[in-house]
Ligand binder design. Structure first.
Ligand code: ACM
Length: 258
């Protein structure tokens, strides 16, 4: 979809349209983009504060919550006000309940001026006996995030995004192969204050196949039936398991600051 910068009412209308289209397509798990309630290209802290919303009581959250009744789950990016801080967050509602809030750990570029970074491990949500890992946009560039989700038994990564750099859609193919996991990247389209967002929302399989992908400027719901159990098989050959064959005794450097 294409959120509109600073226009909360219009973003609720556009989100509602997506929710209705998804319901018509009998989608049971829906991923919406990062910062779907607010737009992205802020220029001041005041602008961010004007559109930041509390979870779960804001109107934006309430339409997600309502949609999630009837055995559905939805994740959306939200500009979140919490206590005295603002976060770039993702909220997950399932069966009419708030299931988790993930606060983006890896803030991109100017985002560091507007948001506090999240300081908690990315979560995995259970829904209808399947496991859904959550990350947001630029987390793609830090393979540790997807790896942690795989180690927490996520079968699919739900990935709201507002992508600016041209690498992520391809990088997610690698994230999927190296973790034997599915990934659903929901990316916004359009331009804001000179920033161009790259669309191409996609679903990728544990073998790195692009199961479906929208166009660069396409507003739509794209969906695919996936068998999440496929992600439980971590064998990359008969002899190589992508998680068990790690050699953590060699990885001390990975957990130290440079
Ligand atoms: C991004 O993390 N929104 C590029």
């Amino acid at each position: 979809m294409q959120p509109v910068l600073l226009d909360k009412a219009e973003n609720i209308a556009r989100t509602n349209e997506m929710l209705e289209r998804a319901a018509k397509s009998e989608v049971d798990v829906l991923v919406l983009p990062e910062l779907a309630n607010s737009g992205y290209a802020f220029q001041s802290g005041l602008e961010v504060r004007l559109v930041a919303e509390e979870v779960p009581n804001s109107e934006f959250c309430q339409i997600l919550k309502k949609w999630s009744l009837n055995d559905r789950m939805v994740i959306a990016g939200i500009c979140e006000a919490y206590e005295t801080s603002i976060y770039n967050s993702a909220v997950v509602f399932a069966n009419g309940e708030l299931r988790t809030i993930y606060r983006k750990v890896n803030l991109f570029n100017q985002e560091v001026e507007w948001f506090e970074p999240g300081r908690k491990e990315p979560p995995v949500v259970e829904f209808n006996n399947h496991h859904y890992g959550i990350m947001i946009c630029f987390d793609w560039a830090f393979p540790e995030i997807a790896r942690i989700l795989a180690l927490k038994d996520a079968q699919v990564i739900l990935h709201p995004a507002n992508l600016v750099l041209p690498y992520c859609q391809n990088a997610m193919i690698t994230r999927c192969i190296e973790n034997h996991i599915f990934a659903v990247t929901a990316n916004r389209i359009g331009k804001e204050r000179g920033l161009h967002f790259s669309g191409n929302s996609q679903i990728v399989s544990p073998k790195g196949e692009i199961l479906c992908r929208l166009g660069e400027n396409e507003v739509s719901i794209v969906y695919h039936d996936i068998d999440l159990e496929e992600a439980d098989n971590k064998m990359i050959t008969k002899r190589n398991h992508v998680l068990r064959d790690r050699t953590p005794e060699l990885y001390e450097r990975l957990v130290k600051r440079r």
